[in-house]
Ligand binder design. Structure first.
Ligand code: FMN
Length: 260
């Protein structure tokens, strides 16, 4: 089947999922557009015949981050082939692919390839530092080439559908983490970038140094976009201890995994 355009939808907090998705898109050698669907008010793009859809999300608690799932549910692409990409912090992706495929299936997308790639853990920042590294990115590019080849050989998206998707139902339960971003009022310039990029409306223009912890999903996009360095992960000693324990649990290097 002929692919005329690659259209990617990416949810990213600290930026690694975007890095991986862009590497993938570039490596297809096909004209592409990347939509950052993370900000709460950002609409999802429209898909058309001739598109290859790419959906990329980080795994949170082995699941699709809730606001990302909400956005994916709004995507419509009857019979459009879709590549599902999951970034994760060297623990596991658990049910992330299955949840993605279930949600996207409602919109008519046909999963034709899956790829998971390790990236620097955005909360346990002592884990998977420097990833994706050069080897990971080479694997992303190889994956893109395989996808292009697979679709060139297939008569239809349906003919290229992946045989099975890892994960189980009911999905793993994930209620979020207790660690939330902190803001330094002395450093904050009230530029409002954190407000605009937050996926859940947890920060408002009324007080850019406050975070609604019930809405916040700890993606740390606000930390990543703050030009003044006023927002940090915070967490104190409790987070330091959690990081040490987590690093021990996830010490073995995980490698990219793909399925076509
Ligand atoms: C709240 C939260 C939950 C996470 N849960 C997992 C997990 O279950 N398994 C894992 O390997 N990594 C987990 N991670 C790490 C992220 O999946 C990983 O850092 C990812 O690369 C983040 O993507 P980003 O840089 O685009 O935000 C979690 C990170 C956060 C902030």
């Amino acid at each position: 089947m002929k692919i005329e355009n690659v259209r990617a939808c990416v949810f990213t907090g600290a930026g690694t999922t975007m890095q991986i998705a862009e590497e993938f898109c570039r490596a297809t050698g096909i004209p592409y557009e990347v939509a950052d669907i993370t900000p709460q008010k950002r609409a999802v793009p429209a898909f058309a015949p001739g598109d290859l859809a790419v959906f990329a999300v980080p795994s949170y608690g082995g699941r699709v981050p809730a606001p990302a799932a909400e956005k994916l549910r709004r995507c419509v692409g009857e019979g459009v082939p879709a590549v599902l990409i999951v970034s994760y912090g060297n623990r596991a992706v658990d049910d992330t692919f299955l949840e993605m495929a279930d949600v996207l299936g409602e919109g008519g997308f046909v999963p034709v390839a899956l790829g998971s790639f390790v990236a620097h853990h955005s909360l346990m920042t002592n884990v998977a530092e420097g990833r994706p590294d050069a080897d990971d990115l080479a694997a992303v590019r190889a994956f893109a080439a395989q996808v292009v080849e697979k679709l060139a050989r297939a008569d239809s998206a349906e003919a290229a559908r992946v045989a099975s998707i890892p994960g189980s139902r009911p999905y793993r339960t994930f209620g979020g983490v207790v660690f939330k971003p902190e803001a330094d009022a002395d450093e904050c310039t009230t530029c409002g970038l954190c407000v605009r990029f937050c996926p859940t409306g947890a920060i408002t223009f009324d007080d850019t140094t406050a975070t609604d912890v019930d809405r916040c999903i700890s993606c740390f996009r606000c930390v990543a976009v703050c030009p003044a360095g006023a927002r940090t992960i915070g967490g104190g000693e409790a987070l330091t201890a959690a990081r040490e324990a987590f690093a021990q649990k996830c010490a073995v290097r995980q490698e990219p995994w793909t399925c076509l």
